[in-house]
Design a protein around this ligand. Sequence first.
Ligand code: NAP
Length: 281
Amino acid sequence: MPAKIIDGKAIAQKIRENIKQQVAPMKTKPGLAVVRVGNDPASIVYVNSKEKACQDAGFYSEKYELKEDIQEKDLLKQISKLNKDKKLHGILVQLPLPAHISQQKVLEAISPEKDVDGFNPVNFGRLLSGNKYLYPATPKGVVRLLDEIGCKIAGKHVVVIGRSNIVGKPVAVLLLERDATVTICHSKTKDLIEECRKADILISAVGKKGLVSKEMVKQGAVVIDVGITRENGKLFGDVDFDDVKKVASWITPVPGGVGPMTIAMLLENTLVAKRKIEESK
Ligand code: NAP
């Protein structure tokens, strides 16, 4: 039987609708600032869809489109201003940044309380120590998709392909927290096919079209495709969808799988940040 499709778009829409209902009666709306530096076409699309999602959910939002050649110190000054702005509960700096700006310095400059992407080292440390706060949006979205399809995580063997700070590592930690046995693979992994074949849940976060073929997937595995490759204006995942769906039990499409969840989780994180900031007053 072919795999069931995990409809990330519909699941994300349901979450966004729920957030909208929570926000409607609020006197002070959750506020999110989205900062983009330069004119990377993918970043323009992401930032615009994040801004639209904020508006749809009834959030207060601010968008900053800064010049490609902005100096690092000026970007840091801008972030410092946003950190102090009481209307804002979340700050997101769209990555990647131009090469002359230190991504690490910028992520460290965002106040941990407003770090709705969960990339500040303080929140990364909280994640590693099992101290729930703001989890990175994409990994959080992956776990939510598994929960939404009723996939039991505890005791399962999860294989994550990719070890970035943005997706691979945090998704592995979140699933470890949920009592999965986790293997992390990367470009130096000796036998990727053999490692992947052990997975009850296979998560690919690489960005290489067609990396995951049917031969790498155990019969009945759940396959989550985080990867995105753009080719002639079309989006592709890491997974050979048509091939892998013949053996998987569940599979995410690209587009329409993990992507929409990232935005829904960003809104949820902004709401969490607002509540935490208000509680700490
Ligand atoms: P990244 O920083 O480039 O990391 C890619 C990872 O893949 C690295 O750990 C790399 O290993 C590993 N890798 C590369 N080639 C490999 C191979 N042949 N076999 C096994 N592993 C390999 O990328 P990222 O930021 O984590 O993003 C990963 C993908 O997810 C990208 O396509 C990105 O666009 C997408 N993404 C999607 C969303 C969404 O909302 N859907 C959000 C974020 C990212 P090494 O560490 O050894 O180099």
